[in-house]
Design a protein around this ligand. Sequence first.
Ligand SMILES: NC(=O)c1ccc[n+]([C@@H]2O[C@H](COP(=O)([O-])OP(=O)(O)OC[C@H]3O[C@@H](n4cnc5c(N)ncnc54)[C@H](O)[C@@H]3O)[C@@H](O)[C@H]2O)c1
Length: 363
Amino acid sequence: MAAKNGKPKVAIIGCGGIANGSHAPSLKRLQEEGACEVIACVDVNAAAAQRMADTFNIPRVFTDFHELLALDELDGVSVATPPFVHRDATVAALRAGKHVLCEKPMAMNVAEAKEMLAVARETGNILTIGHGGRFSAAAQAIHDRVEAGDLGEIYYGKAAALRKRGVPSRGVFTVKKLNGGGPLIDIGVHALDLTLWLMGSPRPVGVYGATYDKLAHRPGIAAQNSLFNWGPFDPQKYDVEDLCAGFVRFDNGATLFLETSWLINQPEAEVRRNEVYGTAGSASTNPFHILVDTGDGPKDVAPEVPSGRDGQQGNFLRFKRFLDCIEGRAEPLVKPEESLDVQRIIDALYQSGETGKLVEIGD
Ligand SMILES: NC(=O)c1ccc[n+]([C@@H]2O[C@H](COP(=O)([O-])OP(=O)(O)OC[C@H]3O[C@@H](n4cnc5c(N)ncnc54)[C@H](O)[C@@H]3O)[C@@H](O)[C@H]2O)c1
């Protein structure tokens, strides 16, 4: 793998919240470090594309990603559109010979995710999903310990992504047919991805879950939506769950408990936690600890890791890794096969929530 001509030339598809908040600033920084050239950005909303191009000094602007993908010199794209576009943009880019970093969730459903994976395999181009959480210093330290076997056999995990009042009120996040679902596919996907990876990526075989829409349509709740100053959401345009709880069983006998919500009556504004439990220890990302039992009870062996902004560099490092992959210096940290498994769990949780039945996960 290598860039076609000198430094990797990259472009951004979708110029909304996450593109302006993470994709464009990260790639601009990497460009300043000499690691890439950002040659274009695309949005169906021409004004949004032009605004981002002006802010980050991006030379070319398109409103149709097919036109962008016709550029020979382009090596890779990041896809930062809403989920209903992920499959189409990714498949078109891979088929045009480009490498792809696609935002989470991988896709709207398993069928789309499978197609994306199949085209990545067929074309040999890179496909990775943008989970920044795996790159945090705490997650890396836990993963290293699990890989080394220091926590013994990992047989239980807990994943939480819970917000008191945190519905993304811009874009299409609350519209099932455009976003694929609510908090489960939006933030539960991060919790699942990271916890599964910390558990050693076991293969999911069955799911039992429940989804609720208990708060979103209660009078007065929309106006309380305060996280990140997002402001009120529109309950009329809200047809997704507001909470999902689920239990996942893996082929190695391990299990995982997931809870995720945009609206729950809890004290904290937001809880994000990934926990793994093994026969010789346990670990949690928040509060960060790694307990190892070497014979006289579990003791914390967690290293000092940077806190605050320095500890949260995942959203930058995912782009650095993507460029390293394009240059042939690294393999994707987030493999599309792993993201397909996360998507399988999500689809099964939605199905279980609807039917009230246990759902087996096949191929
Ligand atoms: N990794 C993270 O932590 C994180 C955080 C926020 C959002 N996201 C994900 O990023 C994606 C985008 O979220 P957002 O918050 O930026 O949404 P947004 O609504 O703010 O922006 C999406 C942009 O995509 C554009 N768009 C829609 N269809 C398009 C098309 N066919 N071609 C080109 N552009 C198109 C829209 O006009 C809009 O400007 C979602 O999948 C979301 O889940 C990830």
